[in-house]
Design a protein around this ligand. Structure first.
Ligand code: SF4
Length: 216
């Protein structure tokens, strides 16, 4: 296949975005949360597991620890017990308590609204900060690159990179800023429903005619 120009790639990316928006008009973050604190905690817990699994443990977690001051004072073992089924529970307990303590120590218990402040908090990397900014504050600061976004960006030839930061950079160049948050939801929804990791259902894919990896 001839090398695609930047302009052609941008046009193809815009078409993919429009078609996926039609396919998933309700695409949104599937973690349950009511405020930025809860979304931050849920996102930290979602590493290496499914949103459904996280949504099973957060009601009890937030009943016991409804805000940052409460979680900052929690006993590590008590938190571990509640979140055990999400896997890597010792590390995750440490991270969410650290996150809460950072909020209390530096932000009077509130969640800050900038990438720099968020990513300076314990347990918060660029991905978690992007999730919070995009979904709790409506700020398009970057593109969340999870396993689905990574896989689909490669299959759709939006990037040739492997590292999340570089993939994010390519996506930010390819799509207008006001689409960044929704873009990752669309790719995640498509990845979960059609473009499966092991057996993508290209025959049922609305963007197969725009996808260099299509098997149909
Ligand atoms: S055509 Fe196949 S590989 Fe390409 S996005 Fe669709 S399901 Fe995924």
């Amino acid at each position: 296949m001839a090398r695609e120009s930047k302009k052609a790639r941008k046009e193809r990316a815009a078409e993919v975005f429009d078609l996926l928006s039609e396919e998933y008009p309700d695409a949104h973050c599937e973690l349950d949360f009511v405020d930025p604190f809860q979304l931050g905690v849920a996102t930290i817990l979602s590493a290496q597991t499914t949103d459904e699994r996280v949504n099973m443990v957060t009601p009890e977690l937030f009943r016991r620890y409804p805000d940052a001051p409460a979680l900052a004072d929690a006993q590590q073992e008590d938190v571990e017990e509640i979140i055990r089924s999400t896997g890597f529970f010792r590390n995750k307990a440490k991270n969410i308590i650290g996150f809460a303590r950072g909020l209390v120590a530096d932000h009077e218990g509130a969640v800050p609204r900038t990438m720099d402040e968020l990513s300076a908090l314990p347990g918060v990397g660029r991905k978690t900060a992007n999730v919070i900014l995009g979904n709790a504050f409506g700020v398009d600061e970057g593109v969340v690159v999870d396993t689905h976004v990574k896989r689909l960006s490669g299959r759709l030839a939006f990037t040739e990179e492997e590292s999340p930061d570089k993939i994010e950079g390519d996506l930010m160049e390819l799509f207008p800023r006001d689409r960044w948050t929704l873009l990752s939801h669309l790719l995640i929804w498509h990845g979960r429903r059609v473009c499966d990791a092991r057996s993508p259902r290209c025959e049922a894919c609305t963007v197969s005619h725009l996808c260099p990896s299509s098997r149909v």
